[in-house]
Write a protein that binds this ligand. Structure first.
Ligand code: FES
Ligand code: FES
Length: 169
């Protein structure tokens, strides 16, 4: 019989409790258990970065983490970036304006990686941006617009009023 375990955590600010098979990945649980299909699955081997989410503020590959390992944590997915009125997060707005996506398959992973990276590196140079995203694969954009969007997003976040209205962080 498949072993199951009860987990309780916060996902995008909401308290969630569920019983999951212990072998279920965090990615599968988010997508199939909670319907949060913005977290994409590409390689399922930890290589492409499409499944990146934040766990307690750290960017993690949700295809490599089990849902039971997220018990007691705070998880944020791409669905948790926009504000309550649907206003885009500064990182999303920068990606939009710099045309940093085409098919969009990789985009949730880039966005979540960007939020974690910029939280720790508010004034990154181009080399550090390229290094931070070396584990995220995009088949479409050629990366240059993504690098420009992340640099622009850094400036937007620095200018965003702390604790002000909108999804600054
Ligand atoms: S699907 Fe997780 S890293 Fe590719
Ligand atoms: S926009 Fe298509 S894979 Fe990145």
């Amino acid at each position: 019989m498949l072993e199951r375990k009860r987990i309780r955590l916060r996902v995008n600010g909401r308290e969630v409790e569920d019983e999951v098979e212990v072998r279920t990945t965090l990615a599968d649980w988010l997508r199939e258990g909670l319907g949060l299909t913005g977290t994409h699955l590409g390689c399922e081997h930890g290589v492409c970065g499409a499944c990146t989410v934040l766990v307690d503020g750290q960017a993690v590959r949700s295809c490599l983490m089990l849902a039971v390992q997220a018990d007691g944590t705070e998880v944020r997915t791409v669905e948790g970036l926009a504000g309550p009125e649907g206003q885009l997060h500064p990182v999303q707005q920068a990606f939009l304006e710099h045309h940093a996506l085409q098919c969009g398959f990789c985009t949730p992973g880039f966005l979540m990686t960007a939020v974690a990276f910029l939280g720790e590196n508010p004034e990154p140079d181009e080399a550090s941006i390229r290094e931070a995203f070396s584990g995220n694969i995009c088949r479409c954009t050629g990366y240059q617009p993504i690098v420009e969007a992340v640099a622009d997003a850094a400036g937007r976040l620095r200018r965003a009023p702390a604790g002000g209205a909108g999804p600054a962080r």
